[in-house]
Design a protein around this ligand. Structure first.
Ligand code: FE2
Ligand code: FE2
Length: 130
């Protein structure tokens, strides 16, 4: 994983790696025009990982009084909304692709917000490391 996303809290860093892998699997499934079932499970897996991870990040933001908590929470909500939209499209059309680049953008958004957050945790999160 890119060093800039390292928070130094192993649980968070492991979750980020799992999310990266889940995004890559989803992109793979879309590019290879996988079956609706496979696309659905890739979306569900990513959605579950993100929901769990966002809840953990939310607690860490609270504990450390992260100054950009509202903005970061908003970004999380938007990302989950986007996954929900993709699920709707898949249900309606039986397929999804990334011709609009929206999943690439989603991955970029996750990383952009978390880079700032990881930097903060690195300098303020000593009490959470073990
Ligand atoms: Fe994160
Ligand atoms: Fe985040």
């Amino acid at each position: 994983m890119d060093e800039r996303y390292c928070s130094g809290i192993s649980e968070l860093d492991t979750q980020h790696e799992q999310i990266e892998e889940a995004v890559a699997s989803l992109l793979d499934a879309m590019e290879s025009k996988a079956s609706a079932d496979l696309l659905q499970s890739a979306l569900v897996r990513l959605d579950e990982l993100l929901r769990f991870h966002f809840a953990v990040e939310d607690s860490v933001m609270e504990i450390l009084s992260y100054p950009f908590v509202l903005e970061h929470r908003f970004a999380h909500r938007e990302i989950l909304q986007h996954i929900g939209d993709l699920k709707d499209v898949l249900r309606q059309r039986g397929a999804i692709d990334d011709s609009s680049g929206s999943v690439h953008k989603l991955a970029f958004d996750i990383a952009r917000h978390d880079r700032v957050f990881a930097g903060f945790v690195k300098t303020h999160g000593e009490s959470l490391r073990h």
